[in-house]
Design a protein around this ligand. Structure first.
Ligand code: FEO
Length: 162
């Protein structure tokens, strides 16, 4: 059984993961409204991944005999200036999530909760991947600048993500 501090902390992380799914769904529909189905698809897949992250933590709390208590999910932004600012927003959000995962990992160490430390390793690696893939898109967007043709090419490419 985990300590109540760890259970509460994991419950807070569930809320962060669900908020991430909510934020990325909001971004998905911003792109849908602009007719950029590939960018929308990228965020739709991303939102789905966030739900699996939340579920993974729920399963873990259950396996350790803890109680899941869901909290209200904050309202996400729904308007952005341009494509680049959407991805910059998602990057800063992921950096925040990374810092929280690291903080929980440090807490697990303080609580001498070895199982949670090992469990969190997956999330630490996942955060590296997530930040990296967003950074790659930001680099590409900076390169193509205002080119409409290149933007539509990229949109077609992002439609392939599944
Ligand atoms: Fe579940 Fe994007 O962190």
């Amino acid at each position: 059984m985990m300590t109540q501090t760890m259970i509460d902390t994991f419950n807070e992380q569930i809320n962060r993961e669900l908020y991430s799914a909510y934020l990325y769904t909001s971004m998905e529909h911003w792109f849908m409204k602009k007719g950029l189905k590939g960018f929308a698809n990228w965020f739709k897949v991303q939102a789905g991944e966030e739900l699996t992250h939340a579920r993974k933590i729920m399963d873990y709390i259950n396996d350790r005999g803890g109680r899941i208590r869901l909290k209200a999910i904050a309202m996400p932004d729904c308007d952005w200036q341009n494509i680049l600012s959407v991805f910059e927003n998602s990057l800063s959000h992921e950096e925040y999530v990374t810092s929280e995962i690291n903080r929980i990992s440090e807490l697990a160490e303080e609580e001498k909760d070895k199982a949670s430390e090992i469990f969190l390793q997956w999330f630490i690696t996942e955060q590296i991947e997530e930040e990296n893939s967003i950074n790659n898109i930001i680099d590409a967007l900076r390169m193509i600048g205002n080119s409409v043709v290149a933007t539509f090419d990229m949109d077609r490419e992002l439609l392939q993500r599944s």
